[in-house]
Design a protein around this ligand. Structure first.
Ligand code: NAD
Length: 471
């Protein structure tokens, strides 16, 4: 029986391994992590992450051929194929701070693999890493290798949170990069054999190591660039009376462009887009490609501009001050169908409004109060206006409170800011909400989910990204 071990039981490691286990009953899959809390959650009925369809998949194979464990060394030493899916955040200090990927977790995983291995291994880069990382990993593994042979493969993950299971079941492509030596090609084939259990052959692409590593960064940069492009257009729409949805529709009909990823919004978030573009920028700079680095930097600058523009619009619309005014924040996750708040635009918008002394009541169906508190009090390296939050209370009149639902968040509020496109925000009883709000009642729709005409008929003053302003 082939044995797989995955180091890192997070948003990628957990779902990816569950889907491999489901489709490959003849393979034993063990997911290991240094976080005891995370592993206990995977071993309970309350999985550590919210992802539609994940519970059902895990239920079918947990205990059969899918296991979660903190006994890292044992499972690594027994495995034939080791996926490494640890976090690779942006470095916060030292050389490359604010741009380069922090490979501390990766390096420690690689050193541990080298220490405990007693047989040949295929080591798979599942995390997103800078191009040429495999070279460094090879050096760590083969130094003092005691005759053990390692083959490094790059197999970046393209799933999107919120649709991870669907993406893993029917991937657009599975990318495998490896060395073009006989042993390298054998390793590529072994990983192909795993995916071949459910992925059609023509969807499995093989490349050299560096192309695979760079393709992941390139894909995220292209996706984020589309969002910044449409968001840049949304500012021009507001200035001219054009409607960004109509523009996106017309532009997306061009088969060379296509309709996906053309929704204007308050900005992109998530743990990947910004970090991977910063990483790309750093790699370009290190290779003396300043102009290319500047090009990609602009994608992030437009994203920051869009978040600031949104905050400024809220404040300027509300008679240039939100001081002491309650604002209902609808949605905190970086997108619908996830509880993940990493780099969510909601953090910057909330901090911007708090900077103007607003009172916030935040509602998100999947994000916990603890998480929101952590996010709003976290000191980020680029945040130079630290906010001192009073303790949160579900019902009180402190500067930030957490609401149990959208109706509580909007009660007595002067405005609502929709920051996540949760489906439930489309079908709220906006008449009831309007009746319970201060007047004039504003809605600032950062995701273009509400029916603007209907809300204006009720009496709301509505701002939607890239749409003609309230007459
Ligand atoms: P995550 O933070 O959710 O999970 C990483 C896990 O690795 C954590 O549970 C952490 O405790 C564990 N870990 C760290 N060091 C370890 C070690 N030495 N030994 C054992 N466990 C260790 O991160 P994630 O969102 O799953 O992302 C993982 C990688 O995948 C990143 O490189 C990310 O860029 C990439 N990626 C993420 C997504 C996404 O949507 N989240 C999509 C594609 C690729």
């Amino acid at each position: 029986m082939v044995k797989i071990c995955c180091i890192g039981a997070g948003y990628v490691g957990g779902p990816t391994m569950a889907v491999i286990a489901l489709h490959c009953p003849s393979i034993e899959v063990v997911v290991v992590d240094i976080s005891v809390t995370r592993i206990s959650a995977w071993n309970s009925d309350q999985l550590p992450i919210y992802e539609p369809g994940l519970n059902e998949v895990v239920k079918q194979c947990k205990g059969r051929n899918l296991f979660f464990s903190t006994d890292i060394e044992k499972h690594v030493s027994e495995a034939d194929i080791i996926f490494v899916s640890v976090n690779t955040p942006t470095k916060t200090r030292g050389l490359g701070a604010g741009k380069a990927a922090d490979l501390t977790y990766w390096e420690s995983a690689a050193r541990m693999i080298a220490d405990v291995s007693k047989s040949n291994k295929i080591v798979v880069e599942k995390s997103t890493v800078p191009v040429k990382t495999a070279e460094a990993i090879e050096r760590i593994l083969t130094h003092n290798s005691k005759g053990i042979k390692y083959q490094i493969l790059s197999n970046p993950e393209f799933l999107a949170e919120g649709t991870a299971i669907q993406d893993l079941f029917k991937p657009d492509r599975v990318l495998i990069g490896g060395r073009e030596t006989p042993d390298g090609l054998k390793a590529i084939q072994a990983l192909k054999d795993v995916y071949a259990h459910w992925v059609p052959e023509d969807r499995i692409i093989t490349t050299n190591l560096w192309s695979a590593e760079l393709s992941k960064l390139a894909a995220n940069a292209f996706l984020a660039q589309r969002i910044s492009s449409v968001n840049a257009m949304s500012a021009l729409c507001e200035a001219t009376g054009a409607d960004v949805s109509q523009v996106s529709h017309a532009v997306g009909k061009d088969s060379r462009i296509g309709p996906k990823f053309l929704n204007a919004s308050v900005g992109f978030g998530g743990s990947c887009f910004q970090k991977d573009i910063l990483n790309l920028v750093y790699i370009c700079e290190c290779n003396g490609l300043a102009e290319v680095a500047n090009y990609w930097k602009q994608v992030i600058k437009v994203n920051d501009y869009q978040k600031n523009r949104f905050v400024n619009r809220v404040v300027s619309s509300m008679f240039n001050t939100v001081s002491g005014k309650k604002i209902g924040i609808m949605g905190f996750a970086f997108k619908k169908d996830t509880g993940d708040t990493r780099e969510t635009p909601a953090i910057d918008v909330c901090k911007g409004l708090l900077g103007d002394k607003a009172r916030l009541s935040i509602y998100d169906p999947q994000v916990t109060a603890d998480q929101i508190q952590r996010d709003l009090t976290m000191n980020k390296f680029d945040w130079d206006h630290p906010i001192h939050l009073q303790p949160m209370s579900p019902t009180g009149v402190k500067q930030v409170s957490i609401a149990w639902d959208a109706y509580e968040a909007s009660k007595d509020a002067h405005a609502l800011c929709i920051l996540t496109e949760w489906d439930e925000f489309k079908t709220l009883d906006y008449r009831r909400i309007f009746d319970n709000m201060q007047k004039p009642a504003f809605v600032f729709d950062g995701r273009n989910v509400v029916n603007v005409e209907m809300l204006r008929d009720i009496g709301f003053i509505v701002y939607s990204i890239g749409k003609p302003l309230d007459p």
